[in-house]
Design a binder for this molecule. Structure first.
Ligand SMILES: Cc1cc2nc3c(=O)[nH]c(=O)nc-3n(C[C@H](O)[C@H](O)[C@H](O)COP(=O)(O)OP(=O)(O)OC[C@H]3O[C@@H](n4cnc5c(N)ncnc54)[C@H](O)[C@@H]3O)c2cc1C
Length: 387
């Protein structure tokens, strides 16, 4: 197995690097570097810039308007984004609903949504989880009852990332409560969040940020034409979406960025650490770097063996280890920042954790969303180890 990049891959990397250097705004770059929250405009502007080059949708095939890249090219592209402190294309659009529209959407849905999704003219939210349905997603209880050429939807969704910015939400609803298997009676709907009966309530998390929400659906009328695929077959489309969500989940470049920040903090004249204390932090950073290199090689092995278009259960290994290292790096950054990292800062009309603490807290959730670590271990046990 060849784990080195070909000369074409290296030329591609240089092209990506040059494009980012020429086009990423310094302010957005600084925000990403410092782990600060991005405004909606930062995300939209950058995605549109990438889209002018045909690069906003790395995993989409050329036939659907994507760049048609190989898995290795996608890896190189994402790695360059992380290294350059550029935002990722919005995953709800690009990695989640986009591939579902391409694979299962009808011609009308593709015409209405594909280009708008790539260009972020439509911002999507993911309406899967509910108060009683997270890891056990098929237990969801939001209902959709047919009324002529509409569904009438009632229920509550929970943890919708960035729904406060979203125009539309892809969601799972129960259309057949009598189906013998709970996975059997689920349909996949596209909901216009401006519809009467939709209420979005913020959840402010311990990191001081407003990233997640509750979404209440009360007698919301959704045209039947906004259903993906067949009625009661939504579980098939949801599984396809979730397998795409977990690819590239290791985010190695992002962790390297946090480690670079550790070194910057230590190098500052007012860091307050003695040389010996600084050296200890640097040593810890190097240990994480070594683990990252091992994970990178594992990721390249998985990529090299991946069958095009097929989910690989070993992506669960990448998710678990990738998150562990992201969390370790954020903890190191918090400790290296020293007492200032633990202090609250005042901004706007209230107080919030410092940037280092906010990052640390934000990353606690990474072992829960996209499939909790325990659930990933179950997948490894059954699908990789055959236990
Ligand atoms: C920051 C954040 C953003 C999110 N964004 C979105 C979003 O945009 N859209 C959306 O729909 N959802 C989103 N989620 C929800 C996320 O998908 C769920 O939180 C996740 O699936 C876990 O579900 P749960 O919270 O109900 O916990 P539970 O499923 O109740 O799990 C609780 C604990 O039990 C463990 N556990 C559960 N089942 C098993 C098992 N079979 N074996 C062993 N251990 C088990 C879990 O690992 C966990 O530790 C987000 C969550 C967070 C925290």
């Amino acid at each position: 197995m060849d784990l080195t990049f070909s000369s074409e891959d290296l030329a591609f990397r240089d092209e990506v690097r040059a494009f980012i250097a020429a086009n990423l705004s310094p302010e957005t770059r600084r925000k990403v570097e410092e782990g600060r929250a991005l405004d909606k405009a930062d995300v939209v502007d950058w995605q549109r810039t990438l889209n002018t080059r045909g690069w906003a949708t790395p995993s989409w095939p050329a036939s659907a308007g994507g760049p048609g890249w190989s898995a290795v090219q996608r890896y190189i592209f994402m790695d360059e984004l992380y290294a350059a402190c550029a935002p990722e294309p919005l995953s709800f659009n690009v990695s989640m609903i986009g591939p579902v529209l391409i694979q299962y959407g009808n011609d009308d849905q593709k015409a209405r949504f594909l280009n708008a999704t790539a260009n972020l003219d439509v911002w999507w939210a993911q309406g899967f989880s509910e108060p009683g349905a997270g890891s056990d997603l098929a237990a969801l209880s939001t209902t959709a009852v047919r009324d002529g050429d509409h569904y009438v939807v009632n229920g509550q969704k929970l943890w919708q990332g960035m729904a406060q910015r979203a125009d539309w939400m892809f969601t799972l609803v129960r259309t057949d409560p009598t189906a013998p298997k709970k996975q059997g009676g689920i349909s996949f709907l596209l909901v216009d969040l401006k519809s009467p009966g939709v209420t979005i309530r913020p959840i402010i998390t311990i990191d001081g940020r407003h990233e997640v929400n509750e979404v209440f659906l009360e007698d919301v009328r959704v045209p039947v034409s906004d259903r993906i695929g067949e009625e009661n077959q939504g579980w098939t489309y949801a599984k396809y979406l979730l397998s795409n969500e977990r690819t590239g989940i290791a985010r190695i470049g992002m962790t390297r960025r946090v480690l670079a920040r550790v070194e910057t903090v230590l190098a500052a004249a007012d860091s307050g650490w003695s040389d010996a204390e600084s050296a200890r932090f640097v040593h810890e950073a190097r240990v994480i770097h070594a683990d990252l290199r091992a994970l990178e090689i594992t990721q390249l092995r998985v990529l090299a063996a991946q069958q095009a278009g097929q989910a690989d259960p070993r992506s669960s290994i990448l998710k678990i280890k990738g998150v562990e290292l992201r969390q370790a790096a954020s903890e190191l950054l918090l400790r290296a920042t020293g007492p200032a990292g633990y202090a609250f800062v005042y901004e706007g009309d209230g107080e919030a954790p410092s940037e280092a603490a906010s990052n640390y807290f934000t990353l606690r959730a990474a072992s829960i969303y996209g499939g909790a670590s325990e659930v990933q271990k179950n997948i490894i046990a059954s699908s990789v180890l055959g236990l």
